[in-house]
Design a protein around this ligand. Structure first.
Ligand code: HAM
Length: 525
């Protein structure tokens, strides 16, 4: 008998069940509608990409890349893996010929399996693998015939065994891939891959989907979470682009009832002015190192900007005294930021300037922003974004400007629920209570007609007592019961019972359709 076992969703992941899933669909649909009015179009991206894409874009020193990514080698070459295991795990003595023989055999089998995998196209012949394979081939010769004299023979024998084992360890049987922790890197990769720089105007894209980060789960923080993101890529970095993107973002939040949000704004300079500022900040932070905690002390050396992100109460006074980037921007960045503020004023967008808003990903330049919402506790950022001019170039594409944001759907929906403004999800409109097997075909037929008019209809597949049907209709939250007996079918006059007030009316088929459709339009059923 199979072992009894209770399966549960993995920590940090969860199921989104109805009726909550209705809220999610409405939330995502509203984003589509708002974004399309700003001429953004959807891009559907893969859930996993080469690890290197994220490492290079987000930065190897960031928390996301150094601690939080779900990465694995993507290959189905189990044979290569265990043959390598055999080789690496083998003990082999110089003076025991059978061990030497077995070891060389293992190496040969690995080499053969490797060649077959290359030939069949399952494995790509990278320069690194090529080198490792050559090393194994050459060193195998020495192991096979280690020379007649014990002295140098043994040392070269030992070195050859070690060389084989090390080279085998270095072999990579497939790409290292990562479940995407965010999607800006993927959008840039796709922009390059499909030559989108040749398209007219700016390329305006949005995406909706799950992201993965191995963070400590808590309220509003998950390991599989959902984002709705938008990116603008092209040749222009006009501040009007930044402002329009923020206008679209806030319009979306307004449409979904998240109007008590705060937009925080900053400019973190570019490659001309930021490096000097970072050095200045580092020098100032070093002077007060003793007053900072271990994390911040480490960051002084690795990434001093991240110290500004610290939430530790005891560090706040020290950090507030630090030099501010706004006072160290180069003239071009200063002008860009000033123009952005004019553009925001033009659109009536209010914001709070926050010089400490540096964001946790390395690709940002100039404009950075975050939006916070109510009712979320410490994880209150519902959106983050900024400019990333130069990222496309860093990934091997042409010089390109870029800006974008990602909304955290989990947190936004949590906040919408807390405000009590969440719309009631779609309800069942009609429950067809049919009586007698002769009536059943008519029940199926009328249900089909109502459904093609866009109404939500439940028609039970098995007959039950009329009273039971009405109880079930009530429990399912139906607004109406359509009562169908032999009389109704004969006269083609249907009884429609309003389950809220128990009122009834008799309607023919056309009247029924007209009535329910007008009700639906009125009540959003
Ligand atoms: P991010 O700030 O890392 O930016 O994430 C954006 C939003 O995703 C956050 O504000 C938050 O609402 C949500 N989020 C992040 N991690 C989690 C989590 N573990 N659980 C729940 N929600 C989470 C980016 O991802 C950038 N790619 C945004 C961007 C687009 N910048 C330019 N273009």
């Amino acid at each position: 008998m199979a072992e009894k076992r209770e399966f549960r969703a993995i920590k940090g992941t969860r199921d989104i069940l109805p009726p909550e899933s209705g809220l999610w669909n409405w939330f995502e649909q509203t984003a589509r509608e708002v974004f399309e009015t700003y001429n953004f179009r959807e891009i559907r991206l893969p859930i996993f990409e080469q690890t290197e894409l994220f490492a290079r874009s987000i930065g190897t020193d960031t928390d996301v890349v150094s601690k939080e990514m779900y990465s694995f080698f993507d290959h189905g070459l189990a044979e290569l893996e265990w043959r390598r295991g055999d080789l690496i795990g083998a003990q082999v003595m110089h003076d025991i010929p059978i061990q030497r023989h077995d070891f060389v055999e293992s190496a040969t089998r690995l080499l053969d399996a490797f060649d077959r995998a290359i030939e069949s196209g399952e494995l790509s012949d990278t320069p690194e693998n090529h080198r490792a394979i050559q090393e194994i081939r050459l060193a195998s010769q020495i192991v096979k015939s280690p020379g007649p004299h014990a002295g140098p023979g043994i040392s070269s024998f030992k070195a050859a065994v070690l060389q084989i084992q090390t080279a085998a360890w270095k072999l990579r049987f497939g790409d290292q891939v990562t479940l995407r922790p965010e999607a800006t890197a993927s959008v840039c990769r796709a922009y390059i891959e499909h030559g989108m720089h040749t398209l007219a105007g700016n390329v305006k894209l949005y995406y909706i989907g799950p992201m993965f980060r191995r963070e400590r789960p808590q309220k509003g923080r998950y390991r599989q979470f959902y984002q709705i993101g938008a990116e603008v890529l092209g040749q222009s970095d006009a501040p009007g682009i930044d402002a329009e993107l923020l206008e679209m973002l806030l319009e979306f939040f307004r449409r979904v009832g998240l109007d008590e949000t705060t937009l925080y704004l900053n400019s973190i300079g570019d490659k001309n002015c930021r490096p000097q500022y970072v050095e200045l900040l580092r020098a100032e932070l070093r002077k007060v190192k003793d007053k900072l905690g271990a994390d911040s002390q480490r960051r002084i050396e690795t990434n001093p900007l991240r110290v500004l992100d610290s939430k530790l109460p005891e560090e706040q006074r020290v950090i507030e005294e630090m030099p501010r980037i706004s006072e160290h921007l180069c003239p071009e960045c200063r002008e860009h930021f000033a123009k952005l503020k004019e553009e925001l004023a033009l659109r009536g967008i209010s914001y709070v300037e926050n010089w400490r808003l540096v964001r946790g990903l390395d690709y940002y330049t100039r404009t950075t922003f975050e939006v916070t919402a109510k009712g979320l506790g410490s994880q209150d950022a519902v959106c983050g974004g900024g400019r990333y001019d130069g990222l496309v170039e860093l990934l091997g594409g042409p010089p390109t400007k870029g800006i974008g944001f990602a909304i955290g759907s989990d947190r936004s929906i949590l906040s919408i629920r807390e405000t009590g403004k969440a719309p009631t999800p779609g309800r069942l409109t009609v429950f067809v209570a049919w009586m007698g097997s002769k009536v059943y075909p008519a029940a199926v037929e009328i249900a089909k007609k109502l459904r093609s008019a866009g109404l939500s209809v439940e028609v039970p597949a098995e007959e039950r007592k009329f009273r039971k049907f009405l109880e079930l209709a009530d429990k399912l939250g139906a607004r109406y019961a359509l009562i169908l007996g032999e009389d109704e079918v004969a006269t083609r006059l249907f009884t429609l019972k309003n389950l809220a007030d128990a009122s009834q009316q008799k309607l023919n088929e056309n009247e029924l359709l007209e009535y329910l459709e007008s009700e639906r339009r009125g009540k959003g059923a």
